[in-house]
Design a binder for this molecule. Sequence first.
Ligand SMILES: Cc1cc2nc3c(=O)[nH]c(=O)nc-3n(C[C@H](O)[C@H](O)[C@H](O)COP(=O)(O)O)c2cc1C
Length: 171
Amino acid sequence: MDVLAAIKERFSVRKYSDRQVEPEKLDAVLEAAMHAPTAMNRRPQKIYVIESEEARARVKANSSSYYNPPVVLLVCYDVELAAQSPDLPGGSSGVMDASIVCDEMMLAAWEQGLGSCWVLRFDSKGMAKAFGLPENVKPAALLYIGYAADDCEPANFHTTLRPLEEIVTRL
Ligand SMILES: Cc1cc2nc3c(=O)[nH]c(=O)nc-3n(C[C@H](O)[C@H](O)[C@H](O)COP(=O)(O)O)c2cc1C
């Protein structure tokens, strides 16, 4: 197991091949969502798997970052299940929980040889309406999944990292 290698190798895939994602590979990605840690183990994550052309068109209509992936995961959290505390940003752990789920799925996808791209640029209300989400289920992220196109390259800013000395303060 070399998690750090996967973390270093992974990059956002913004150009996908037409190759379909095998169901067992998608299942492995979704399994990661089940095991992700969540605040107080409340497990508020709710993931919608979007594969049909018609449903993906609804995603496209509500996102300004659409890269035509074969699979879209709409990663949500249930506000009623998420941990709540005035100390949390927005009073809820929901976005944090969903973010960890997203990250774990990105790494699981990479392990399966699949690319992914986390997308925040979408109309949350429009997306909720487009898929008839219950009032208590809030979208947090889109995660695109699929095989990278042969000519897909990491964005040039992928390697632009702030040095450790800048992001880490040893106290
Ligand atoms: C919270 C979050 C939101 C993001 N939103 C978008 C987005 O809306 N569109 C997009 O193309 N990429 C999006 N990305 C991908 C980032 O741009 C990308 O992870 C970052 O530039 C580093 O590049 P890399 O993933 O190739 O290492 C998002 C990533 C994160 C973590």
